[in-house]
Design a protein around this ligand. Structure first.
Ligand code: UT7
Length: 341
């Protein structure tokens, strides 16, 4: 028997964005001694000059609350107006319940649907796609999409392959029902055979057996699950596989690259950003987000942080079209064209 209900079809768009960067600025000079590196090498290979680390008593949810409050205020909404929260993160330090439910309490909302997603650096674009589908299908009207990380908790300062890359920050966007459609189709997918190229190791189960843990600690073995990365493998994948996803997202939105005003890719490496823009043959007048230079790689937070900054520095971009693309651990990716709030 068919289920009968009144089908509704709404349009959706991003109505506001909010960002929070922790106060503490960490220059390359504070990182290099532990990994036999140099400011020059890090700048040349990644574009990163400084990044932000959260204060010792500043939690992931503290940062996220600030970013969300800004986004809510800019949308003329309060926390109570939200009917759903999608929280993308890989650094919430509790397996369950979700970061989204802790955030809801801070925002004074006692009943919205709330869940976390784990799509790493693609998480914001995954969540925008989900929020769009929820609104278009009538299961939500005002969705708070969060990308936030406290990666300093899961980064080994002595790991030469990662310590200079990862950083902390929080971004938030409100996606709401709207008269016109402001979010293009999401082109997303994965390359799971390379899932070990970025991975936290070892597993939490290492902590269950106290005797084994003690022996490992005494032997000087690493026990804390920091993020490990095969940089070159991920670099090659990003450079060769992600530009076609961008082109597909542009075509799916029914536009051409000439209609874009901004390109806001995940901020992983400035060389990747430049290569993607070149491979997609983006016109010179498309403004490219380069927040990585003083924010580092904040995984799920990187696109909303970069979007917020781009809008602050280029107010003429409000209402214009931007291509977003996230890619990272999984390996997973997602991209879509959006009308900037
Ligand atoms: O956010 C999720 C997605 N993540 C990414 O997209 C990250 C993608 N990967 C990358 O951005 C780059 O691979 C890294 C920035 C992580 C590394 O840059 P790279 O150009 O791929 O470096 P490499 O590993 O190929 O090493 C090149 C050289 C080597 O020296 P030789 O053999 O050429 O003499 C390394 O030993 O640089 C050396 N090296 C370093 N030198 C100073 C490697 N790491 C360092 C370091 N400082 N930290």
């Amino acid at each position: 028997m068919a289920i009968k209900f009144e089908q509704t079809q709404h349009n959706a768009r991003i109505v506001s964005v909010g960002a929070y960067r922790p106060k503490r600025v960490v220059p390359n000079s504070e990182i290099v001694d532990k990994i036999d590196s140099s400011d020059e090498w890090i700048v040349q290979r990644t574009g990163i000059r400084t990044r932000h680390y959260a204060a010792p008593d500043e939690s992931l949810i503290d940062m996220t609350t600030k970013a969300s409050e800004i986004a809510l205020e800019r949308a003329n909404l309060t926390g109570k107006d939200l009917d759903s929260v999608i929280f993308s993160t890989i650094s919430y330090p509790y397996q369950t319940p979700s970061a989204a439910t802790e955030l809801l309490i801070r925002l004074g909302n006692e009943s919205a649907a709330a869940f976390d997603i784990s799509a790493a650096c693609a998480g914001f674009s995954y969540a925008i796609g989900l929020a769009n589908d929820m609104i278009r299908n009538g299961s939500a009207k005002n969705v708070l999409v969060v990308g936030a990380e406290r990666l300093s908790d899961f980064t080994d300062p002595y790991d030469r392959a990662t310590s200079f890359i990862f950083a902390d920050g929080a971004g938030a966007a409100i996606v709401s029902a709207s008269e016109t459609q402001g979010i293009g189709p999401t082109i997303w997918g994965s390359n799971p055979e390379n899932r070990e190229a970025i991975m936290t190791r070892p597993s939490w189960l290492e902590f269950k057996d106290a005797e084994k843990l003690k022996a490992k600690l005494e032997a000087g073995e690493k026990v804390w699950p920091d993020i490990q990365q095969e940089g070159q493998k991920v670099f090659r994948w990003a450079v060769y596989s992600i530009a076609p996803i961008g082109n597909q997202a542009i075509a799916a939105a029914g536009i051409s690259a000439n209609d874009l005003s901004a390109f806001i890719p995940h901020q992983a490496n400035e060389r990747i950003i430049d290569t993607l823009a070149k491979s997609m043959e983006l016109p010179d007048n498309v403004i490219i987000a380069r927040d990585i230079q003083d924010t580092g790689n904040t995984s799920a937070a990187s696109i909303p942080l970069a979007m917020d900054r781009l809008l602050a520095e280029n107010p003429e971009l409000h209402g214009k079209l931007a291509l977003l693309i996230g890619f990272g651990a999984g390996l997973v990716y997602a991209g879509q064209v959006v009308e900037l709030p």
